[in-house]
Design a protein around this ligand. Structure first.
Ligand code: XLS
Ligand code: CA
Ligand code: CA
Length: 438
């Protein structure tokens, strides 16, 4: 059965093509910065938005049909899987990401939910082999069901903690069975609404306990992928514990989890935290914690997580600059945690959205490579800090300068006589020259 029968395989046709159902900048086999674009970008399809989300919002019902021709929940899950692989084939996407509940509907009991997951896992495994697709990461949806209304790993009720642990155990088992290259913890309701009813210390300690148990169990059953935490400052809870990259790093270090976890940085979560996407990626990179990316964008005029398909090339260029400077992806990739607007409700819109996002990242990769080869921005930064390469600066960096020595140095200097321009405007115009050389 074909689900997107009006759409064929999307081909690269170049920037001059006006065919909307073609790539204009993403040429999978073209080599950029030493690897093919396919290898550099490692695109992934998000199962939840792409295969499940029907365009509901706080004010309205779904606008997009995601029933896959049946009202039977398990048959719909199977059809959804066939449709997912057809879509990945047509878009030339090699990876996918899922929550347990995206692929198989929750049953009446945990045992029934697990049995359903087992059945779908067998199907996914055979489809992965047949279509040559891989699992970038798996995760457990420990936020949607009402049992998680006060959190999962941070719930005040130990029964909820136990249920979440059981659900995560199963999710890591199926992720391992499908050869997943990663496993994500996103703290969906791991936060609080008011401190008047919250034991913040115990909640965070319990979250760390759950993560430690998960890592130990996963390694014991042969999971070799990376673990990620995905920061987000708010929504659904008022204050999420995994607020931003820096907060997550402090948490990981406090509980001795920093060697086990990297970060999955989402663009929209960065801006919700009051940071740029590049800021969050830079924090991850300089701390050796860069792992994977949820590729989307928010709307600067809206205060919530809009999960739009990324089309802002300035942002994708600075993102890919950070990725290349990190040495590229290892087990991570670019997961489109993005959905077409509810007004863009046709199957064609889904393809057009992915093409827009993939082309935006392809352009970002091309520009980032050009920035590095151009070298002016990196050279400016090196020169800006050159005073730390010799004399007193070198002694500061090496840790050999004492306070007394620095005082003597400052007294002899009298005052700072050289403090050169930061040249922000010039650097921004270099970015424009690199991006828009026509
Ligand atoms: C929600 C998150 C979520 C995670 C996976 O805001 O982005 O989708 O990526 O649970
Ligand atoms: Ca995400
Ligand atoms: Ca999001």
């Amino acid at each position: 059965m074909e689900f997107f029968e009006k759409i064929g395989k999307i081909q690269y046709e170049g920037a001059s093509s006006q065919n909307p159902l073609a790539f204009h900048f993403y040429n999978p086999d073209e080599v950029i910065a030493g690897k093919t674009m396919r290898e550099q970008l490692r695109f992934a399809m998000s199962y939840w938005h792409t295969m499940c989300a029907e365009g509901t919002d706080m004010f309205g019902v779904g606008t997009i049909d995601k029933s896959y021709g049946t009202s039977d929940p398990m048959q719909s899950a199977k059809n959804k899987a066939y449709a997912a692989f057809e879509l990945m084939d047509k878009l030339d996407i090699d990876y996918f990401c899922f929550h347990d509940r995206d692929v198989a509907p929750e049953g009446e009991s945990l045992a029934e939910s697990n049995a359903r997951l087992d059945e779908i896992t067998v199907l996914l495994r055979s489809l992965m082999e047949e279509h040559n697709k891989k699992l970038l990461w798996g995760t457990a949806n420990c936020f949607g069901n009402k049992r998680y209304m006060h959190g999962a790993g941070t719930a005040p009720n130990a029964d909820v903690f136990a249920f979440a642990a059981a659900q995560i155990k199963k999710a890591i088992e199926i992720t391992t069975a499908l050869g997943g290259e990663g496993y994500v913890f996103w703290g969906g309701r791991e936060g609080y609404e008011t401190l008047l009813n919250t034991d913040m210390a115990l909640e965070q300690e319990n979250m760390a306990r759950l993560m430690r148990m998960t890592v130990d169990y996963a390694r014991s059953i042969g999971f070799t992928g990376d673990f990620y935490i995905e920061p987000k400052p708010k929504e659904p809870t008022k204050h999420q514990y995994d607020f931003d990259a820096s907060t997550v790093l402090a948490f990981l270090r406090k509980y001795g989890l920093d060697r086990d976890f990297k970060l999955n940085i989402e663009a929209n979560h960065a801006t919700l935290a009051g940071h740029t996407f590049q800021h969050e990626l830079r924090v991850a990179r300089i701390n050796g914690a860069f792992g994977s990316i949820d590729a989307n964008q928010g709307d600067m005029l809206l205060g919530w997580d809009t999960d739009q398909f990324p089309t802002n090339v300035y942002e994708t260029a600075l993102c890919m600059y950070e990725v290349l400077m990190s040495g590229g992806f290892t087990k991570g990739g670019l997961n489109f945690d993005a959905k077409a607007r509810r007004g863009s409700n046709t199957a064609e819109d889904l393809f057009l959205s992915y093409i827009a996002g993939m082309d935006a990242f392809a352009l970002g990769l091309r520009i980032a490579d050009k920035m590095i080869r151009d070298g002016r921005i990196d050279a400016f930064v090196s020169k800006r800090y050159a005073s730390y390469q010799s004399g007193i600066g070198k002694r500061i960096v090496e840790g050999t300068a004492s306070m007394q020595e620095l005082e003597a140095y400052a007294l002899a200097m009298g005052d700072v006589t050289t403090n050169t321009s930061g040249r922000q405007e010039r650097l921004e115009s270099i970015m424009n020259e690199i991006m828009f050389t026509i």
